[in-house]
Design a protein around this ligand. Structure first.
Ligand SMILES: Nc1ncnc2c1ncn2[C@@H]1O[C@H](COP(=O)(O)OP(=O)(O)OP(=O)(O)O)[C@@H](O)[C@H]1O
Ligand SMILES: [Zn+2]
Length: 819
């Protein structure tokens, strides 16, 4: 009987692809294993086996599987089921889910290798180019085709290779490069002959004329604790040479004499630390009560929303739940919205759970991620995983509890590339598949989760007081419009903010300043003619970064030199408008020259260690003022912050999006919550030009529920979530006119199915990114309309559009539940 496999390819094409299997191979393969398969002309990909069957496809000729990579699956059945759900719900190809889910070290790269055929006897009519290729191969008979193309200077190498192949002069072979390499360490030991305490004395004598070699042997004896006889320790070559201050040539001498030998072993990248595990903090009365209530919710519901004000001790409650689930042998996934937060929480969790805790996020090297992945499949997986969005794709053999901290954060939603999933929503589905519970925690719930809790889909538990009953910070609004008019501002700082900062610094307390923009100035402008530099790829003005003296596009990352004169009118007076974190830092350094300042934004946190340093510097008081973007707004727990300054609330309020008010409230409430967490009440200065904006008033008076009520009313009237489902349709093309036509055609096609639920096409706030013009169509769909049918219709329309020749090079995608 013939065997076939359906596989997932790492390509943005819907569906799975069928390949045939040898009879012999069919016994060695399981669903979830990786295979190499040919696809298209001479391309090879790593694919994942999705199913094994006997059904011969009728429409096309089936190619055989090239190789099987795994003896055992690298994916669990629940993961495949989860991938399918993501692909289906977010209308994206399984291949896109594959690409997002697997660390790239588990995906192989294909490069065509050319091999000289040693049996080839030659022929008289070889072309000059063919001879050139053969000549290169005679030096090194197996080479990668791209290298040959480069070394021979032949642009179009494929026809030449093809002709040589037909002549039998070369062979092609697919050599697949394994990207993941295990980390190896060289170690040193005595050869069998000398590996005994009795032999050591002889050796010392033997080497008395070679003092350098003697040093090495003495050091080896010490490091290996050979003379203690209990247990001989392994000695790394590096440590030995360093310890003996010897060169590798002296060591080689010993190896040649047959005294020592070198061997390699594979060592993991995952750090094993010996941490003294500490007891949990006992919960106080109200935390205890909340804990009980969550337990009760879990008796009947899968998801519980823990709505607890900032610094009420939600993290402590999570820790108690982790302990409980650990004790019953279950695994726990603890999700955070941002890497910046993992640093602090890692410390808090490590203290209690030691090396039961594994951490997973993109600032880890790919090799480390591969090792975590494999460890999670082993018989000794981490019991707790702390991670950001992508950790929902790790294998969990026994998931019992998922904690989603700061569940309101929009960073849980992946914007680009596909799949555009929301980690909170997706993980609820994953947990459901695994029979696990989900605890969502935040001081400012998302309106969606609040709504779900009000209508009984989620349970709701509240914590209304801060730990130790410290009062929530006092929020003091300052009218900067008025102060600017009277010219009383020092740069971005109002007199009351400066006064409060001075007072805090005098008492050796700390300050956080929040400005939701990075760089120095978001707009550079010619004072004479009004010229503003814009990105050539995107429809946005460029942000000025002073330290680099560069203009940067925050959409495509492209950088430009700041011109000396205006390119439009040649005037020399370029000025800047607006301000970002870099400018705030500059101004602070002028006002407080003797105070050390830290800054946390995308520009200062490119690596994992940079995050850790900024946070630990502030935590240990080495810096007194921390300036930052939304990165400083959430979840961080510092003991000595008494003042928080929100430098400009207005940009948040004016953002053109239906979630702007909700977001503004959450950001301001969260950043305020960093103040006065220990000891005494903190103070927040909120600088704004909109003193009586409802959101400002709600922040000052801590009226979360009023904010939600207002927002819910508006959203019902204007057909927004949680009452309606949103799907955005994005269309991209390099030609603006063509795009215009395509978008209108697409909208009318959508209208034939969805009628007045379709809005647009419109130009989004940034109408061109990375040389592509963009149009957006909005779909607002009632909750009770079948999502299956909606998605089927959407896929059909997309397929039809892309099949139409007039719509060549059009990019279309859907964003389900956009943020
Ligand atoms: N039961 C407790 N025993 C000892 N310390 C506690 C306890 N509860 C809270 N704390 C301390 O109070 C501080 C605030 O608690 P935590 O960080 O857990 O609050 P949170 O609700 O998670 O805050 P946020 O929403 O701002 O992240 C922390 O430093 C924490 O260690
Ligand atoms: Zn750009």
């Amino acid at each position: 009987m013939k065997f076939f496999v359906d596989v997932i390819l790492p390509l943005p094409i819907p569906g799975v692809f069928t390949y045939s299997l040898d009879e012999a191979d069919s016994n060695n393969i399981q669903v979830g294993c990786r295979v190499i398969v040919p696809f298209g002309k001479k391309k090879y990909y790593t694919a994942i086996v999705f199913s094994i069957h006997h059904v011969m496809p009728q429409e096309y000729e089936v190619k055989p599987v090239f190789t099987i990579l795994d003896k055992y699956p690298i994916l669990l059945p629940s993961q495949l089921q989860f991938w399918e759900w993501i692909s289906d719900y977010y209308i994206s190809a399984l291949g896109d889910v594959f690409k997002a889910a697997l660390p790239s070290g588990l995906k192989l790269e294909s490069e065509t290798m050319v091999e000289l055929n040693m049996d080839y006897i030659g022929s008289p009519d070889l072309s000059e180019k063919e001879l050139r290729v053969l000549h290169l191969l005679s030096d090194d008979p197996i080479q990668c085709i791209t290298k040959i193309a480069k070394d021979s200077g032949i642009d179009n190498i494929l026809p030449i290779a093809n002709s040589l192949l037909e002549r039998g002069a070369i062979l092609l072979r697919e050599e697949l490069k394994e990207q993941y390499r295990p980390r190896m360490e060289s170690r040193i030991r005595f050869t069998k002959e000398y590996n005994h305490p009795d032999k050591v004395e002889n050796l010392f004598e033997l080497l008395s004329n070679a003092p350098k070699q003697l040093d090495i042997v003495i050091k080896y004896v010490e490091l290996s604790s050979l003379l203690n006889q209990k247990e001989i320790k392994e000695v790394s070559k590096h440590r030995l040479l360093e310890g003996a201050r010897a060169s590798s040539s002296s060591l080689n001498g010993l190896i040649q004499k047959g005294i020592l030998e070198e061997y390699d072993i594979e060592i993991g990248r995952l750090r094993v630390e010996n941490i003294q595990e500490q007891d949990l903090h006992p919960l106080d009365k109200s935390q205890q009560k909340a804990y009980q209530e969550i337990e009760e919710v879990f008796d009947t519901k899968q998801v519980c929303l823990l709505y607890g004000v900032t610094s009420s001790g939600k993290t402590e409650i999570y820790i108690h739940f982790i302990e409980e689930y650990l004790n019953s042998g279950k695994q726990i996934l603890y999700l955070l919205p941002e890497i910046a937060l993992t640093t602090q929480i890692t410390e808090r969790l490590k203290r209690v759970f030691g090396d039961k805790l594994g951490i997973y996020h993109s600032k880890f090297s790919d090799a480390e991620r591969v090792e975590i992945w494999r460890k999670q499949l082993s018989s000794n997986p981490y019991q707790i995983i702390l991670g950001v969005r992508s950790s929902i794709f790790l294998p969990f053999q026994n998931l019992g509890l998922v904690i989603v901290d700061e569940e309101h954060e929009t960073t849980y939603k992946q914007q680009d590339p596909a799949p555009r999933y929301h980690a909170r929503d997706a993980v609820i589905v994953l947990a459901h598949m695994c029979g696990a519970k989900v605890l969502l925690g935040t001081a400012t719930p998302s309106i969606e989760s609040w709504y779900n809790a009000q209508y009984g889909k989620f349970g709701l538990v509240e914590l209304k007081e801060r730990y130790k009953d410290i009062q929530l910070p006092e929020v003091i609004p300052i009218d900067i419009q008025e102060l600017k008019r009277k010219k009383r501002m020092s740069g971005q700082f109002s007199p009351p903010l400066l006064a409060m900062m001075r007072e805090a610094l005098d008492k050796n307390e700390q300050i956080i300043l929040f400005q939701n923009r990075r760089g120095f100035a978001p707009v550079v402008e010619c004072k004479t003619c009004g010229w503003v530099p814009k990105c050539t790829n995107c429809d946005v003005s460029l942000t000025y970064h002073k330290k680099l003296n560069q203009l940067t596009c925050h959409y495509c990352g492209y950088t430009y030199q700041l011109p000396d004169v205006c390119p439009a009118c040649e005037a020399k007076d370029l000025t800047h408008r607006g301000f970002g974190t870099e400018k705030v830092e500059d101004e602070i350094k002028l006002i407080f020259p003797n105070i050390s300042v830290g800054r946390m934004d995308l520009d200062t946190t490119r690596t994992k260690t940079r995050y850790e340093k900024i946070i630990s510097d502030f935590q240990e008081g080495r810096t007194k003022i921390l300036i930052g973007t939304q990165m400083v707004s959430k979840g961080l727990d510092f003991d000595h912050v008494s003042v928080v300054g929100i430098l400009n609330a207005d940009t948040m309020l004016n953002y053109p999006d239906f979630r702007a008010y909700e977001r503004a409230y959450q950001l301001m409430a969260q950043v305020s919550g960093r103040a006065g967490r220990k000891n005494k009440r903190g103070r927040v200065i909120l600088q704004t030009r909109s003193m009586d904006h409802p959101i400002i008033l709600q922040v000052i008076n801590n009226r979360y529920e009023d904010m939600v009520q207002n927002q819910l009313e508006e959203r019902q009237v204007f057909h927004y979530p949680p009452y309606y489902r949103l799907i955005y349709v994005y269309l991209k093309h390099r030609d603006e006119k063509k795009l215009d036509f395509m978008a209108r055609t697409m909208a009318s096609q959508l209208r034939t199915v969805f009628g007045s639920r379709v809005l647009g096409p419109d130009k989004p706030p940034v109408g061109r990114i990375q040389t592509f013009y963009i149009k957006k169509i909005v779909l607002k769909i009632e909750r009770d309309v079948s999502t299956q049918q909606t998605k089927k219709a959407l896929l059909n329309i997309k397929e039809r559009m892309l099949a139409d020749k007039r719509f060549k090079s059009l990019i279309v995608y859907y964003d389900v539940d956009p943020m």
